[in-house]
Ligand binder design. Structure first.
Ligand SMILES: Nc1ncnc2c1ncn2[C@@H]1O[C@H](COP(=O)(O)OP(=O)(O)OP(=O)(O)O)[C@@H](O)[C@H]1O
Ligand SMILES: [Mg+2]
Length: 451
C-alpha cells in the first residue's frame, strides 16, 4: 500500500513519512499540490494525506482533481488549528476525513487503516463486478454462436430493442434458436434483474393454459384446491416468454390482448383485477399471417405482439456459421461424454457444409452428438454421420471454393465425377470429355484410387 504525503512543511512530510513507514506502509512525499498531482498521475497511489494551504496548488484543488480523476483514492486532509471550517468544506468536496494540527499520530494511523481497508473493499467489489459483467456478456453472446453477417445484424437488433418495452415476436423455422433469442432480449434489458418466465404454450392443454397463465381462485374449477398465481403475475417487473404463441385458443388470445392493451386481467374464477408490468416476448414457427386469414389467430393480437419482429434466419442461409457451431457442439459433447474427438475429416466436414439442415441448429447439434457417440477414432468421419445426413447430400455437386489452385479444382471435379459414376472409369472419362488414359494418369497423380 502506497501513501502519498503532501505538505509544504518539510518537517511534517518527512516526519509523517517516517512514522507511517514504521507502521509498514510505503510512502511518497510531495512539497505542494502541483508536485503531489504529478505523483498521483505517475504512481500507483492508494491513499493521499494532504495539507490544505500550500503554494502553487492548494490542497483543495488537489482534492478536486483527485476526486474527479481517481474517485476511489481516499484523501485525508491535514488542517491547521482554527481552520476547521475549511476542513469541513473539504469533507463536502469528497475528502475521506481530516486531522487537525498538531497531528495526533494515533488518530492519523487509525484513519489511514480505515481509509485503506475501505479502498480495498471497494476495489474487490469492482473487480468482482467487472468479472460478473464480463461473464454475463460472454454468456449472452456465447449462448448464441454465429459470426455471419445475418447473425451479427440480428444481435444488433436484439440489443437495440432489448431495453425498450416493445413486445417482440420472434419468428423462424424450427430449431433456428428462437428461444435463445428470447433469452438474449431479456438478458440485455434492464429487466434482467427481474423474473423471466417461460411458457411453452403448445405443451399445455387448452383448459390448463388459461389458469397457468392467469392463475385461479380456490374452487374455480374441480382441482383448484387453492388459489394459484399465474405466470403473468409471476413475471411482474420482468419478462414473460410465450413460446409457440400460434397454438393458443381464442379465449386465451382475448385475455392476452387485454394484458397488452390494459396491463391487467383477472384470475380464473376471480373478480379482483390484477395490474402488472411485464414485457411480452413471443415466438412461433407458424405463419401467423395465414393463421389470421384462416381465422385461427386474432389480427389485433398479432399487431400488439409484433411491435418488433425478429426473424431468425435458417442455418442454410448462414452456412459460414456451420464450422463454428460444429466445433462448439463437439467440445460440449466431448466433455459430456468424456471423449476426446478432435475434429472432422475433410469429407465429413464437406458433407455437413453442403447438407441443407431442414431442422436447423437443433438438427446439427443432434447430428454431432450422435456422430460423436458413433465415432471410434479421434476424428468424426463420414461413416459416423447419421445416414439421413450422409445421404441427404447429393453427390452430383462439387463445391469449389475460391482459393483452390487449378490442379486442386481438377482433382475435386474428377473425384466427384468418379463418385457420381459410382467408380466406373470409362463413364467418368466420357463425362469429363477426356481419354481413359488421361483419366488413369490423373487418378494416380491425385491419388484418387482408393476412394
Ligand atoms: N446460434 C446458436 N448458437 C448455439 N446454439 C444454438 C444456436 N441457435 C440454436 N442453438 C441450439 O439449438 C437448439 C434449438 O434452439 P431453440 O430451441 O432456441 O430453437 P427454436 O427456434 O425455439 O425451435 P422450435 O421452433 O422448434 O421451438 C437448442 O439446443 C439451442 O441451444
Ligand atoms: Mg422453441
Amino acid at each position: 500500500m502506497q501513501i502519498l504525503i503532501v505538505d509544504d512543511e518539510k518537517n511534517i512530510r518527512t516526519g509523517l513519512s517516517k512514522a507511517l513507514s514504521l507502521e509498514g506502509y510505503q510512502t511518497v512525499i510531495a512539497a505542494d499540490g502541483q508536485e503531489g498531482w504529478e505523483v498521483v498521475n505517475n504512481t500507483e497511489i492508494d491513499l493521499i494525506i494532504s495539507d490544505l494551504k500550500m503554494p502553487k496548488m492548494s490542497g483543495e484543488e488537489l482534492l478536486k482533481k483527485v476526486t474527479s480523476a481517481y474517485p476511489t483514492v481516499p484523501v485525508i486532509i491535514l488542517t491547521g488549528h482554527g481552520t476547521v471550517e475549511s476542513a469541513v468544506q473539504a469533507m463536502q468536496n469528497g475528502a475521506f476525513d481530516f486531522v487537525t494540527k498538531p497531528i495526533n499520530l494515533d488518530r492519523l494511523t487509525l484513519l489511514v487503516k480505515r481509509a485503506l481497508s475501505s479502498r480495498e473493499l471497494h476495489q474487490k467489489h469492482e473487480a468482482l463486478k467487472r468479472e460478473v459483467d464480463q461473464l454475463r456478456k460472454q454468456n449472452d453472446y456465447g449462448a448464441i454462436i454465429g459470426k455471419s453477417v445475418k447473425m451479427r445484424k440480428m444481435m444488433e437488433a436484439i440489443k437495440q430493442v432489448a431495453d425498450t418495452k416493445a413486445s417482440v415476436l420472434i419468428t423462424g423455422e424450427s430449431g433456428v434458436g428462437k428461444e435463445l433469442v428470447a433469452d438474449a432480449v431479456h438478458a440485455f434489458s434492464s429487466r434482467s434483474d427481474g423474473p423471466y418466465v417461460k411458457v411453452h404454450c403448445a405443451a399445455l392443454s387448452e383448459s390448463l393454459l388459461e389458469s397457468e397463465l392467469f392463475g385461479h381462485e380456490k374452487g374455480s374449477f374441480t382441482g383448484a384446491v387453492s388459489q394459484k398465481k399465474g405466470r403473468f403475475e409471476l413475471s411482474d417487473h420482468g419478462t414473460i416468454f410465450l413460446d409457440e404463441i400460434g397454438e393458443i385458443n381464442a379465449q386465451v388470445q382475448i385475455k392476452i390482448l387485454r394484458v397488452l392493451q390494459e396491463k391487467n386481467f383477472e384470475r380464473v374464477g376471480g373478480e379482483q383485477t390484477i395490474s402488472i408490468d411485464t414485457r411480452i416476448i413471443s415466438a412461433t414457427n407458424r405463419d401467423l399471417k395465414s393463421e389470421i386469414e384462416s381465422g385461427n389467430f386474432r389480427e389485433d393480437l398479432f399487431y400488439r405482439l409484433n411491435v418488433v419482429n425478429i426473424e431468425v434466419p435458417p442455418l442454410r442461409e448462414r452456412k459460414e456459421d456451420i464450422p463454428l457451431l460444429m466445433n462448439a457442439f463437439l467440445e460440449e459433447f466431448n466433455e459430456e461424454n468424456g471423449k476426446e474427438v478432435h475434429g472432422f475429416s475433410p469429407k465429413a466436414q464437406s458433407i455437413m457444409y453442403r447438407y441443407t439442415w431442414p431442422g436447423n441448429i437443433r438438427e446439427l447439434r443432434n447430428c454431432i452428438e450422435s456422430s460423436l457417440v458413433m465415432c471410434k477414432g479421434d476424428m468424426i468421419d463420414i461413416v459416423d454421420l447419421p445416414v439421413h445426413v450422409r445421404n441427404g447430400v447429393t453427390d452430383d455437386q462439387v463445391s469449389i471454393q475460391l482459393g483452390l489452385s487449378l490442379g486442386e479444382a481438377e482433382k475435386e471435379i474428377i473425384k466427384a465425377t468418379l463418385a457420381f459414376c459410382k467408380g466406373n472409369k470409362s463413364k467418368t472419362a466420357e463425362v469429363l470429355g477426356i481419354g481413359r488414359k488421361t483419366l488413369h494418369r490423373k487418378i494416380q497423380e491425385y491419388q484418387l484410387d482408393e476412394s
